[in-house]
Design a protein around this ligand. Structure first.
Ligand SMILES: *Cc1c(COP(=O)(O)O)cnc(C)c1O
Length: 388
């Protein structure tokens, strides 16, 4: 017998409560029954994102929202600044060049977070920049960018700020309105802990002004079409949405608010700390050396010399049922990543570290079994994890 544990930075584990909702008999997307749920989910997403901006639900993975952000706001040849600190920064670059934008890439070493004053400098040197794109949490490395500071900078320029918060939102704080974020993208399969296949996107007034002038072709991801249908009474989507996923998200969002925003963030903070401290006890090195730059959604761990990284994650998955992620892009084979966002509790973290210990031991890594798991228990105990 082997149980399965998914400890990746998306998709993430899903609660039974959410799975039951996902399995409800299908409703028609123009029925009053679904319209009610659709309106509720939209309202809950606004609360989740802490915004009064328009929020649209798109049926696609998170990348669809990133594409929608680019194709709806810009015009061909527009100059944009893309903060590139990993694989998802690269993705914003690829989307931008695909649609004919003039990309200035602000590159960082993979494992480092962006320096907000670099963005200010680039905006001062290029007053014709129309948009800035950045990840909140760069999932390929595990860093967290300081979106609050970036928001305060970009607000003073004509450029709009587009934030890919797909793996960050719901795990770390992001205040769309207070921080002045024009477009923010999220996905159902990350911290919300619903099935894969729904993206969501918030749009500010400043972004709408650019949307009106945008000349890049779009059809399925047209935000004007989304708005036209969202403004109907009751609100709808232009095309058939992922109905069951939206129904599941309704429950998942309820669970977020029931647990409470601050408690959810604290749970993520302690999960991340436990993983990092346990790995350090096992003499493994973190990719993100600067602790202040580390996010709480995923931890990237360097594959040490003498260990076969591919075999390590394969052993964890095949033999022990624990799926973790490898490295992406140029970090392939050099790191592995343990996801600890969404519906992840202390015993999930304990299982992941126990499986990691077994897989390391099988390759001859020298340590006492239980070194990592003991540290996990210690961190949880010290942080009064189960106080309520
Ligand atoms: C998961 C993720 C995405 C979107 O990936 P999809 O596979 O399209 O859902 C984009 N950006 C970041 C930072 C992510 O973590």
């Amino acid at each position: 017998m082997k149980k399965s544990y998914i400890m990746t930075p998306g998709p993430v584990p899903i609660s039974n409560e959410v799975l039951i909702e996902h399995g409800r008999p299908l409703m028609h997307h123009r029925s009053p029954e679904f319209s009610k749920i659709f309106a509720e989910v939209t309202d809950k997403l606004k609360k989740f994102m802490q915004t009064t901006n328009d929020v649209f639900i798109l049926t696609s993975s998170g990348t669809g929202a990133m594409e929608a952000a680019v194709t709806n706001t810009f015009s061909k040849g527009d100059k944009v600044l893309v903060v590139n600190a990993g694989n998802f920064g690269e993705r914003f670059k690829k989307i931008s060049t695909t649609f004919g934008l003039n990309v200035i890439s602000l590159d960082y070493e993979w494992g480092q977070s962006a320096i907000p004053s670099d963005i200010k400098k680039a905006l001062d040197e290029n007053p014709d920049i129309k948009g800035v794109m950045i990840q909140q949490s760069e999932t390929s490395t595990g860093i967290l960018n300081n979106i609050e500071s970036v928001g305060k900078i970009v607000k003073n320029y004509p450029a709009i700020l587009i934030v890919d918060a797909i793996s960050g939102i719901g795990a770390s704080e992001i205040k769309v309105d207070e921080w002045g974020l024009d477009i923010v993208c999220g996905g159902s399969q990350k911290a919300i802990s619903a099935p894969t296949g729904i993206a969501f996107i918030s749009v500010s007034r400043k972004a709408w002004e650019m949307i009106e002038k945008s000349d890049i072709p779009k059809f399925y991801f047209s935000l004007n079409a989304a708005k036209k249908y969202a403004d109907k009474n009751p609100p709808q989507t232009p095309w058939t949405p992922g109905i069951s996923i939206i129904v599941a998200m309704n429950k998942a969002l309820d669970m977020f608010f029931e647990e409470g925003r601050e408690k959810v963030y604290e749970r993520h903070r302690v999960n991340a700390l436990a993983v990092q401290k346990a790995c350090e006890k096992l003499c493994l090195e973190m990719l993100v050396s600067d602790t202040a730059s580390r996010g709480v959604s995923v931890t990237s761990i360097k594959v040490p010399e003498g260990i076969d990284g591919k075999l390590l994650t394969k052993t964890m998955r095949i033999k022990y049922g624990v799926t973790v992620a490898g490295g992406q892009g140029k970090l392939q084979g050099l790191i592995f990543r343990i996801g600890h966002l969404g519906y992840v509790g202390i015993f999930d973290v304990l299982v992941a570290i126990a499986a990691l210990e077994f897989a390391l031991k099988e390759q001859g890594w020298k340590f006492e079994l239980g070194t990592g798991t003991t540290e996990v228990q210690k961190i949880f105990f010290e942080n009064n994890y189960m106080s309520e």
